[in-house]
Design a protein around this ligand. Structure first.
Ligand code: PBG
Length: 334
């Protein structure tokens, strides 16, 4: 007897369930739909401008007007939500990143414009200071140390201005301790209890973020420094579960694991342990790998990008943040 009381070969022939398209579809455990996609998009200053990101072929930084149109397309393709990342002009960056709390900063203006044009697509805003700091760290630095509690205070204000601008979800990506609870409290105190929190709970200190840092211009600010005093050690699993447990206790509505594909074991354990909506971020480096190989003819881009999303689903993710979201939605529509 094989497992589950199944008879052995030749009584059991596994290939029967794979023999025709209809039976493969009938027995398939996971599926990909546009509902699984969150589109992270880069916004820059200007009018009618699009600037390619060299390390992410096919990805462009768009000015607000063009992004609003692109979000309209994403919506009509059935994509439920977009995550907005600002490319802050160098002259607005400071050591304390105070542009993050300017209610008229690029990201707030973008959110307002998107919401004016389209009211039924979710808008997610990242909370972290790295787009705004001259040193490229996600927090306030004193004597070479990333300060936790002082940073959390600023993150609460950042979450407030973004929420006031009309975003639906605040997604803290900074990995400071206690920020989920602090942000929840700060938003609730301002009557913003309808804003959801998507916690980047298990965010690793990963070299797969390289192209993103090119795209938002934090790579040059960061130089040779790293984020290992706050982002997680790629070696650890148990720590990820503790991070998620804390964020859930502090009020996270949804959690995220990041990067995605190299960390599917974490996605699976988080989903099984907590059962709450769990997202994975197919980060810039993952996109660049698949895209770069596709562009060289080494991989079939369309097939591998769809397969990659299916793998996230199989691992237990409810959805995936992917730069390829609009392309994937188009592929699914054909
Ligand atoms: C900033 C932030 C990063 C990403 C999302 N938010 C970069 C970092 O932590 O350095 C990375 C996304 C990607 O690589 O696609 N806190």
């Amino acid at each position: 007897m094989a497992q589950n009381g199944q008879s052995e070969f030749p009584g059991t022939r596994m290939r029967r369930n794979r023999s025709r398209d209809w039976v493969r579809r009938l027995t398939r455990e996971s599926n990909v739909s546009p509902d699984d996609l969150i589109w992270p998009a880069f916004v820059q200053e200007g009018q009618g401008v699009r600037t390619p990101v060299p390390s992410m072929p096919g990805v462009e930084r768009l000015s607000i007007d063009l992004l609003v149109n692109a979000v309209g397309e994403a919506k009509s393709l059935g994509i439920p939500a977009v995550a907005v990342f600002p490319v802050t002009p160098q002259e607005l960056k400071t050591p304390d990143g105070k542009e993050a709390i300017n209610p008229d900063n690029l990201v707030c203006r973008t959110v307002r414009s998107i919401k004016e044009a389209h009211d039924d697509i979710g808008v997610i805003c990242d909370v972290a200071l790295d787009p705004y700091t001259t040193h490229g760290q996600d927090g306030i630095v004193r004597d070479g140390e990333i300060l936790n509690d002082e940073t959390v205070e600023v993150l609460c204000q950042q979450a407030f201005v973004q929420s006031q601008a009309g975003c639906d979800v605040i997604a803290p990506s900074d990995m400071m301790d206690g920020r989920i609870g602090a942000i929840r409290k700060a938003l609730d105190a301002e009557g913003l209890d309808h804003i959801s929190l998507l916690a980047y709970s298990a965010k690793y200190a990963s070299a797969f973020y390289g192209p993103f840092r090119d795209a938002v211009g934090s790579a040059q600010s960061l130089g040779t420094a790293d984020k290992r005093t706050y982002q997680m050690d790629p070696a650890n699993t148990e720590e990820a579960l503790r991070e998620v447990a804390l964020d859930v206790a502090e009020g996270a509505d949804m959690v995220m694991v990041k990067p995605g594909m190299p960390y599917l074991d974490i996605v699976r354990r988080v989903k099984e342990s907590f059962g709450l909506p769990t997202f994975a971020y197919q980060v810039s480096g993952e996109y660049a790998m698949l895209r770069g190989a596709g562009d060289r003819g080494w991989l079939d881009w369309e097939k591998v990008i769809l397969e990659s999303i299916l793998c996230f689903k199989r691992a237990g993710a409810n959805g995936v943040l992917t730069y390829a979201a609009p392309e994937i939605a188009k592929l699914l529509a054909t």
